[in-house]
Design a protein. Structure first.
Length: 241
């Protein structure tokens, strides 16, 4: 059994497109199947990127509704979050308008604090009753977030690091975020080369973490993961040591 103190979330597709992995979930049905399998493998929540039919991230209400509805039907009660990534609609006003139109809602949404218009979009998400996961990519974003109202009102703070990040950088950002005095739990994760080292470090530091095809296509031994459930199982085993 995994350490009950460790919260593991599955990030089942991310901004990757179907050419990245044969089992990358894209359609609502695929997202639902992947969410159920990840949950059965030990994930306590799921984060996904709604996509168009060709696998491109979408923030449009219809695509969000289709993804959320499918997962809700397949896994009632499973905490479910979606992206608000700026790359999916790279215009702050249009992104805000798209999210305002959401009528089938997840439980929470991720919001990268350094992206244009994020403080204003946070208010929209809160106004819809959604939890806000604030993504912190660097020290400047952490400083801006700590000085904002969202330090007291977000549901989670995610320290999201790039492939070249190491545990020293993770520790600096963890200390900076925790010094803000936010009541929100903190999640640490990496990407590709930094994914597994930082997942291990999250276990050492006793903070939340995540795993899935969004963050890595490889198992800890360097082999290609068959699917999200395999990644979750590997993370559960690693965090249980």
């Amino acid at each position: 059994m995994p350490n009950p103190m460790i919260y593991l979330k599955a990030c089942i597709n991310g901004a990757r497109t179907p050419d990245a992995h044969p089992d990358l979930p894209v359609t609502p049905e695929q997202l639902a199947q992947a969410a159920v399998a990840a949950h059965q493998a030990g994930a306590k929540a799921v984060h996904l990127h709604p996509k168009t039919a060709d696998g491109v991230d979408s923030l449009l209400a219809g695509d969000v509704a289709a993804a959320v509805t499918a997962v809700r039907h397949a896994a009632p009660g499973l905490p479910l979050g979606v992206t608000t990534g700026f790359w999916a609609l790279p215009d702050a006003a249009e992104r805000k308008k798209a999210v305002e139109a959401w009528d089938v809602l997840p439980d929470f949404a991720s919001l990268n604090w350094h992206e244009p218009g994020s403080p204003e979009l946070a208010e929209v998400l809160l106004g819809k009753g959604l939890g806000v996961e604030v993504g912190i990519f660097h020290a400047e974003a952490a400083e801006s977030w700590a000085a904002s109202d969202m330090a007291q009102h977000c549901m989670r703070v995610m320290i999201e690091l790039q492939p070249d990040a190491d545990t020293d950088l993770a520790d600096r950002l963890l200390d900076q975020v925790q010094a803000a005095g936010s009541p929100a739990p903190v999640l640490l994760h990496g990407l590709d080369e930094s994914c597994w080292p930082l997942l291990r470090h999250a276990g050492v530091r006793g903070v939340q973490t995540r795993i899935g095809l969004e963050d890595t296509l490889l198992l800890p031994d360097g082999s290609v993961a068959p699917d999200n459930a395999a990644l979750v199982s590997a993370a559960v085993e690693l965090l249980s040591r």
